[in-house]
Write a protein that binds this ligand. Structure first.
Ligand code: NOJ
Length: 734
């Protein structure tokens, strides 16, 4: 049943009027479905005071058992919201979010997350902690894989698309789930790219760069938000009134609820912000943080704070209301249980795999294709597939497969074998790759007895074996990159080089003089300088999901023409990070004659620019025109360009529009993306693409004025195939 807003309010008021303070606080509590050794087991807590939500549980039967306790044995019988990190698929896995952003096609995340919601909801999960919309300009930061990259415009499009995918037009539908925009805010700008480290961002950067994808999520109707772990400008995000009260609620009108990140309310003590648990609870509540994720700080402190008069019952109720409203809207009071047979019917839908394959094909980025080595001929008789991630299901499924997920993806090796049933496809793993310092997630998956590390002699022997196998083949597909533990949470690194001895392996194989194609499976930009110079063809596959291998083979053997573009630039070195295209010009611009290099030991110019990606065909951009050379503040003009497929095969191009405000109240970035469209063109076909530029694109938050402004100035505009586009025009705002 669908409730109107007044009906939801009425039902929430009725519930609140019956609830004790302990139960109200219970609704502000999110119980960890597996214990971190804190707090009593879920049953006891639910019986005592109910629970707002439970997370980290992935067991349909258990959902029903716990729900039954909530309904039949907790004082007010309020159902529980079950939450899990369904980041890029539940059973059917889609490309990791950074990969989906590489499609530059919002339909990709929207369709993928629609399937993810259908599967997860069928398993009994109501709420996902997705989308992660943190802008990330530092490829050392492991969580760059979970977001849409470095740009607020592209990031906003991907954020809104994911929200639409999970929630649809009506989140109450049986195949929909609550989305959660995270981590509010600034997490991607941690010092040095080190995970969890503090973030210092001035308000203009927050508002112009880091907030827009969050705002886009709110505008798309995102039901919930998650606060970030770290200190933002010396105030933990989970106790940050500016973020949660002023910006999110007062300015953006958000009516949903905010959950903390894991243990983050309690962590305000560890971080040196709150005096003790009670003080942390006070700060969380005062800041408008509704739900305490598994630190049990609210259940430990809030009632006492009310008794002491430091908090009022009304303040607590204000935070309880949106949680109850979400439960009412989702129909949990009518349908609290899940049909335990539903999931198996849902996951076997063939269209789910089809969406996964299509998403993976659209997400891959062709970085190099010298002398048109690609596409390869299917007539090849003997192919060697080599590398530590070539036959890894976990590497291609990627990040976040942590809660009882069984890897079931098609590996790159399997995909190539599927594509070439009559050829001999040989394989060598090469030397293993491992983190120097294992992560908590890794320990959880590998248990107490992880495989011992390969010795240096074993690794050398593995390289020799791989070279031998490559030497017997007509062509070699090298599949290199990172394991799934090497990006994601707690997976930052100082270097962006290919981990382990992969480059040595690549060099040894390349020395054979055979045609070599490099396929990258990874969760962040890598410094592949040697490969970029010496390997003729490079495909960035990212973490492509369930259909990884089939999608890679479709592209390598020409059944699909790649059209993805980078949502982040590729630095030449980890020490060049943070590196991004939308920098300010400075007194010594990189294009000037008197240019002073930023570093004397190598220019920090990206190896591959933001927006870059090749195709098996070529495109030409012509006839850039601006509808008016002048417009008044508040008006809109149209920029148009002709894009022609000048090659022999059909293909996709992504015309990208960049602006530069030439002067003004504040200095603005030398380029900013303000429009893009992914289009398909037959050989010889021309399409005219139009973009609108108006107040939405030209307004910015000024550090000088402390407000949103639109300057009356001249703008450069470029449209082309990436952020280095040269086709240029100008217009003036008067
Ligand atoms: C920690 C992560 O930072 C966040 O992204 C995730 O959603 C929560 N824990 C819940 O697992």
């Amino acid at each position: 049943m669908k409730y109107s807003k007044p009906e939801v309010e009425k039902k929430v008021n009725e519930l609140i009027s019956k609830m004790s303070l302990a139960e109200k606080v219970g609704q502000l509590n999110q119980i960890g479905g597996f214990s971190f050794g804190q707090g009593p087991g879920p049953e006891e807590q639910i019986r005592e005071r109910g629970a707002g939500s439970i997370l980290w549980l992935n067991d349909t039967k258990r959902f029903n058992e716990l729900q039954k306790i909530a309904i039949e044995e907790s004082p007010s019988g309020i159902p529980i919201l079950f939450a899990l990190d369904v980041i890029h698929g539940y059973r059917t896995i889609f490309p990791a979010p950074l990969a989906m952003a590489s499609s530059w096609d919002p339909d990709v995340p929207e369709k993928a997350q629609t399937v993810a919601a259908r599967e997860a909801r069928a398993a009994g999960i109501h709420w996902t902690f997705t989308p992660m919309v943190d802008i990330a300009r530092d490829a050392r930061w492991g969580r760059i894989v979970e977001g849409a990259g470095e740009d607020p415009y592209l990031g906003s499009a991907m954020a809104a698309a994911q929200v639409r995918g999970f929630q649809g037009d009506d989140v109450t539908g049986p195949e929909r789930m609550l989305a959660c925009a995270k981590h509010f805010a600034g997490y991607g700008a941690s010092d040095g790219g080190r995970d969890y480290d503090p973030v210092y961002l001035p308000e203009n950067l927050l508002r112009n760069v880091y907030f827009p994808p969050f705002k886009a999520a709110v505008d798309a109707g995102c039901a919930t938000f998650m606060s970030a772990y770290m200190d933002l400008n010396d105030v933990p995000a989970s106790g940050n009134q500016f973020l949660m009260r002023q910006v999110l609620r007062e300015e953006w009108g958000f009516e949903g609820f905010v959950v903390s990140d894991a243990h983050a309310v309690g962590s305000m003590v560890t971080q040196g912000h709150a005096r003790d648990t009670k003080d942390a609870a006070l700060r969380g509540i005062k800041a408008g943080l509704n739900l305490d994720m598994s630190s049990y700080t609210y259940t430990k402190g809030v009632e006492e704070l009310v008794d002491e008069g430091k908090l009022t019952v009304e303040e607590i109720e204000e935070l309880v209301r949106p949680i109850l409203a979400a439960k009412v809207k989702m129909g949990l009071f009518e349908t609290p249980y899940v049909d335990e047979d539903l999931l198996e019917q849902v996951v076997n839908r063939p269209d789910h795999r089809e969406v996964s394959l299509w998403s993976a094909q659209r997400s891959m980025v062709l970085l190099k294709n010298e002398k048109n080595l690609l596409p390869l001929s299917k007539d090849v008789k003997k192919v060697a597939v080599i590398g530590p991630v070539a036959d890894s299901k976990t590497a291609v499924e990627g990040t976040w497969m942590v809660f009882g997920h069984e890897p079931a993806a098609v590996t790159v090796l399997e995909g190539i074998r599927n594509k070439l049933p009559d050829a001999e496809v040989t394989y060598a793993e090469g030397p293993e790759i491992k983190r120097d310092i294992p992560s908590w997630f890794q320990a959880r998956r590998e248990g107490d007895n992880p495989k011992p590390r390969q010795t240096s002699e074993e690794a050398t022997a593995a390289i020799q074996e791989a070279v031998k196998i490559a030497g017997d083949a007509e062509l070699v597909v090298m599949v290199l990159g990172e394991t799934h533990f090497m990006s994601g949470e707690a997976a930052s690194r100082a270097s962006l080089d290919l981990p382990g001895r992969q480059e040595e392996l690549l060099q040894a194989v390349a020395a054979l003089g055979k045609p070599v194609v490099l396929v990258l499976v990874n969760g962040r930009p890598l410094s592949i300088n040697w490969a970029a110079e010496h390997i003729p063809a490079i495909l960035e596959a990212w973490q492509p999901g369930s259909e990884a291998g089939n999608a890679v083979a479709d592209i390598l053997f020409g059944d699909v023409n790649p059209g993805g573009k980078l949502p982040v630039c590729f630095p030449q070195k980890g020490s060049h990070a943070p590196l991004y295209y939308a920098r300010n010009l400075t007194h010594s611009p990189e294009s000037s004659e008197r240019y002073n290099p930023r570093y004397w030991d190598g220019l920090p110019v990206p190896l591959y620019a933001f927006g870059f990606g090749l195709s098996y065909t070529t495109f030409e951009f012509t006839n850039l025109s601006v509808s008016d050379s002048q417009m008044k503040v508040g008006e809109t003009l149209t920029v148009s360009v002709d894009v022609t497929n000048t090659g022999d095969v059909a293909g996709d191009e992504v015309p990208q529009l960049y602006i530069h405000q030439k002067w003004g109240t504040d200095t603005r970035p030398m380029r900013e993306l303000k429009g893009f469209q992914r289009i398909s063109l037959e050989p010889g076909e021309t399409k005219t693409v139009e973009f609108e530029l108006g107040p939405k694109e030209l307004t910015y938050w000024s550090a000088n004025v402390h407000d949103w402004i639109q300057d009356t100035v001249t703008f450069d505009v470029w449209v082309g195939a990436d952020s280095t586009a040269s086709l240029h025009a100008e217009f003036e705002v008067i």
